[in-house]
Design a protein around this ligand. Structure first.
Ligand code: BJ8
Length: 425
């Protein structure tokens, strides 16, 4: 990344030395994991460029938006409604939390047995290495799992602009009413932050923008059902990760372009891997940038990942908001209906997720499922057992994995994944 960005990073208060070290590791990792792949679609050049500028050009754009009076909102969860943010003339960015950082300092604030994702969000703040976090005018936390909801109490002492959204845990009428109340409260907070009033026109335009983005990435997801798979799991995951940072309209365009290319590849039977390669669906915790450990191991083992049942994947993107309604009140209801379908493991009971995993297995023609659970993540680790059971009942092989962001268990994971892939052949 160009040295021209250093004054910008300094102005944001980043620790330049630590940030240099992070970029160095990221750049090297990207080269080894992504650029070394064979038979990549040409359209991945766009995502390579975005990643090469992820702390540069994109941050410059966000700061330019801020100078023009737009606000930046950072979020850790797919329950934060981008439609409301956009409608109030603000920009939503995902705060990644996909790598360990400043672990010793983090463990002075959080118990050691906290999941890597939560620890990472603290590490990026304490280590002063995330320009997105430092650019945000508001950071939104959400009461999802116990770990997150308690961690935000501590995060509030580290940032001065934390807004915490309550979320239901049960898909009942009361649960839906709570979600609606919270979205209305959030709307008021965003309007206060931006000074803008959300109107039917701005909300409708925002719903269309976000729907278009989700429809494009869902289109990509459906194209992965072809054999040979036209895109690797690593590249498809990358597109799903960039979903959270990029300018929405530009991202939609780039994804649709790559989908056009994938359609041509499918017609020509050109794959990222050979036809007949064992096909795997990954299900479970979100894999945020730069957490590429599992897909790297799986695809190195000679399989191809054909879908992610995850919030960085189909769980977060498959449902669209009804565009046919006209008033702000009706649109808020449509937004609530759309988000209420997200089948995160924090919900109890959560039977929709089991059904969705089986649906994805069928749609993607997966030969087996790897359940990806982060260590100490109670909701997903608990749910991995019924997930496995429901798959076994249908004779779908399932491998449950529990891991973190360190590389210490790579050898052990490789052994288990290799054996699983062999079983699928
Ligand atoms: S909607 S999955 S993005 S909460 S891994 S922090 S659950 S202990 S991330 Fe999530 Fe929203 Fe749900 Fe999706 Fe807790 Fe588990 Fe850690 Fe997790």
């Amino acid at each position: 990344m160009s040295d021209d960005y250093r004054p910008m990073w300094q102005q944001l208060g980043l620790d330049l030395e630590a940030h240099d070290a992070l970029l160095e590791v990221l750049g090297q990792g990207y080269q080894e994991v992504f650029l070394s792949q064979k038979n990549r679609p040409e359209g991945m050049a766009y995502f390579d460029f975005v990643m090469s500028e992820v702390h540069g050009l994109r941050i410059k754009e966000l700061l330019e938006e801020k100078s023009a009076g737009r606000k930046i909102v950072g979020s850790y969860c797919v329950f934060v409604p981008e439609e409301i943010v956009l409608a109030a003339n603000a920009t939503l960015v995902g705060l990644c939390s996909g790598a360990d950082f400043a672990t010793e300092e983090v463990e002075r604030l959080l118990p050691r047995n906290t999941c890597a994702l939560i620890k990472s969000s603290f590490g990026f703040k304490i280590g002063k290495v995330c320009p997105y976090l430092e650019s945000a005018d508001m950071i939104v936390g959400e009461n999802t799992c116990d770990g997150k909801k308690k961690a935000y109490e501590s995060l509030a002492g580290l940032v001065d602009n934390l807004y915490v959204m309550d979320l239901p845990q049960v898909k009942s009428e009361n649960g839906r009413a709570l979600l609606k109340d919270e979205y209305l409260r959030f709307k008021t907070a965003i309007e206060k932050l931006t000074g803008a009033t959300i109107t039917a026109d701005t909300l409708k335009a925002a719903i269309r923008t976000v729907n278009a983005k989700r429809a494009a990435i869902h289109r990509l997801s459906l194209l992965r059902k072809a054999d040979p798979a036209p895109i690797s799991g690593l590249d498809a995951l990358l597109a799903n990760q960039v979903f959270f940072y990029d300018n929405p309209a530009r991202f939609t365009d780039a994804v649709n372009k790559i989908c056009d290319e994938l359609e041509t590849r499918i017609a020509a039977k050109t794959g990222a891997m050979a036809a007949g390669t064992p096909r795997i669906l990954v299900s479970g915790c979100p894999q945020a940038v730069p957490n590429w450990k599992l897909p790297m191991i799986v695809e190195d083992a000679g399989a191809v990942i054909v879908g992610e049942e995850s919030c960085v994947g189909e769980r977060g993107t498959r449902n669209l908001t009804d565009e046919s309604v006209t008033t702000v009140e009706e649109m808020i209801d449509a937004i609530v209906d759309r988000y209420f379908k997200v089948d995160c493991a924090i919900f109890t009971p959560n039977p929709d997720r089991l059904g969705h995993i089986q649906q994805m297995v069928a749609e993607t023609q997966a030969d087996g499922v790897i359940h990806y659970g982060l260590q100490f993540c109670q909701p997903y680790l608990m749910e991995s057992i019924p997930v496995e059971k429901s798959l076994e009942d249908k004779q779908i092989p399932c491998l449950r994995i529990e891991t973190d962001y360190s590389m210490e268990d790579v050898g052990q994971l490789k052994t288990r994944v290799d054996a699983f892939v062999e079983q699928l052949k």
